[in-house]
Design a protein around this ligand. Structure first.
Ligand SMILES: NC(=O)c1ccc[n+]([C@@H]2O[C@H](COP(=O)([O-])OP(=O)(O)OC[C@H]3O[C@@H](n4cnc5c(N)ncnc54)[C@H](O)[C@@H]3O)[C@@H](O)[C@H]2O)c1
Length: 273
């Protein structure tokens, strides 16, 4: 195992809800690799309490912030800077939520207020985090920012509904802000397109378990776990990936580039006969 990949680095990790969360696993790995960071989540997630255990394990504090509120982000950055003693080197955006998906509204019957909410929480919040960082000159040179995406940004999936558009916006923000922040301050910005993962956000999608098994059967390496994703995120926060920016990086066991696997064909044939 590599050691101290993030020694001396400071950051913010959003989105740790419980131990299944990609952000939770990332916090544990980042701590193991020598980083110092603060945790943040929406005030409602805070009331659910589990995140306090993580803060104890990581020897840090939690600063509540609704990622759709510019005011909350400003306060988050000010308090994080004070607690960590200076500007930061990494930010993780691990936030997603669609009321239409949660409440089982069909893609042909979307509630448009909820669509706006899904975009704001899952994508525009990323722009807000970056814009506030720029205005406050909050990130150090060669800092690294990562957000979590899903392949429904590029390909059509029947169950992902308005989250598909939210992820397309998110990835576009990574490209456009990556161009701007790279020129300005050598800050790099990427999205990781992760396998289906059994978390609260993932399991909220209709038919998730069946699709999880299907994706596992398609991917030559199988589905990537939250823990493996956390390890990948740590490499992107480290100095070993300094020239990677504006990318959408598939972390999916090979799913994105597989046409079909023999296992899926065999399964189909068995069911037909
Ligand atoms: N689970 C999957 O199958 C999967 C696959 C690809 C990408 N992703 C993405 O990974 C990211 C993390 O999700 P996860 O799977 O770890 O699930 P999760 O439910 O553990 O995390 C989602 C987090 O978003 C937070 N959040 C929601 N609204 C917020 C707001 N207004 N302000 C601040 N935080 C808010 C929640 O409190 C929660 O902690 C999301 O962007 C998700 O879309 C997940």
């Amino acid at each position: 195992m590599p050691e101290n990949l993030l020694k001396g680095k400071k950051g913010i990790i959003t989105g740790a809800l419980d131990e299944n969360s990609i952000a939770w696993q990332t916090a544990l790995k980042a701590k193991e690799q020598g980083a110092r960071f603060v945790l943040t989540n929406a005030p409602i997630a805070m009331r659910m309490g589990a995140i306090k255990e993580l803060a104890e394990a990581c020897d840090t504090i939690i600063i509540p912030a609704d990622a759709t509120s510019v005011e909350d982000i400003e306060k988050l950055y000010d308090e994080a800077k004070e607690y960590l003693g200076g500007n930061l080197d990494f930010l993780l955006h691990s936030i997603g939520m669609s009321p239409n998906v949660r409440k089982g509204r069909e893609y042909g019957d979307l509630n448009y207020e909820w669509v706006q909410k899904a975009y704001d929480v899952s994508a525009i919040s990323f722009h807000k985090m970056l814009q506030v960082a720029e205005k406050k000159d909050f990130l150090n040179e060669w800092g690294s920012v990562v957000a979590l995406s899903y392949i429904a940004a590029q390909r059509a999936f029947p169950f992902y509904s308005d989250m598909s558009e939210a992820k397309a916006i998110l990835e576009s923000i990574a490209r456009n802000y990556g161009l701007r922040y790279g020129k300005m301050k050598k800050v790099r910005i990427n999205t990781i397109s992760q396998s289906p993962t059994k978390t609260t956000a993932g399991s909220g999608i209709d038919g998730f378990n069946d699709f999880f098994d299907y994706a596992d059967m398609v991917s030559p390496l199988g589905n990537a776990s939250a823990e493996a994703c956390a390890e990948y995120i740590v490499t992107l926060f480290s100095d070993f990936t300094r020239m990677v920016t504006m990318q959408n990086l598939f972390h999916d066991g090979g799913y994105s580039y597989t046409g079909i696997s023999q296992e899926v064909i065999d399964n189909f044939v068995n069911h037909r006969s």
